[in-house]
Design a protein around this ligand. Sequence first.
Ligand code: HEC
Length: 193
Amino acid sequence: MTGQVTRGHAYDGIVEFDNRLPNWWLWSLYLACIYSLMYWVHYHTLGTGDLPSEAYIAEQKAAATKVEAMLAANPVSDEMLRKLAKEPAFVAEGERIFRNQTKCALCHKPDGSGLVGPNLTDDVWIYGAKPMDIYTSILKGREQNLAKGFMGGMQAFEGEGMQFVLRATAYVLSIQNTRVPGKEPEPNAKKEQ
Ligand code: HEC
């Protein structure tokens, strides 16, 4: 090979060129170094930015404050629950609660399509489809009452606190009528919008 500088070693007749690295490559390295330095100083040294986990906590705190103000101004109502179901930060936390295997997913499956408990994404409900009906099912639970044809088995979540129940309700409202194929409707469930 003529006109090319090599590194001066050969293995099995294979030599290595000693080319200069292209400028675009060098610049991407320099910029990555500068960026990581700025990132480190911004997030970890000065603490002037919120890391994603901190931003999530701040967002949740803001959502909780909003709910407390709403609760202070008026009691829980259909209208208030519908409003909460349109708050993305609130619904996101409700989803996290719902998908937790020790909370709702255990009986309703992570996607809400039903297992022991009914499918919550269809348009038929045992205890009503209104936000307050869903809220009451979660807050107080639903006990067996065979005389009225209710199978029960839905535990009360009052003990988890209002913020928990409101978030779980907001999430269930957000998946209502999304019709994920799953458990067949219970015989005593009625079609409701
Ligand atoms: C131990 C199992 C179990 C867990 C855990 C559970 N559920 Fe249920 N859920 C049920 C059963 C069973 C029913 C149906 C009760 C009946 O038929 O009387 C039900 C009913 C409901 C209903 C009323 C459905 C309707 O058709 O009216 C809602 C809403 C609901 N659950 C939401 C939740 C949410 C939200 C969570 C978590 C915070 C949760 N459930 C956790 C078993 C469970």
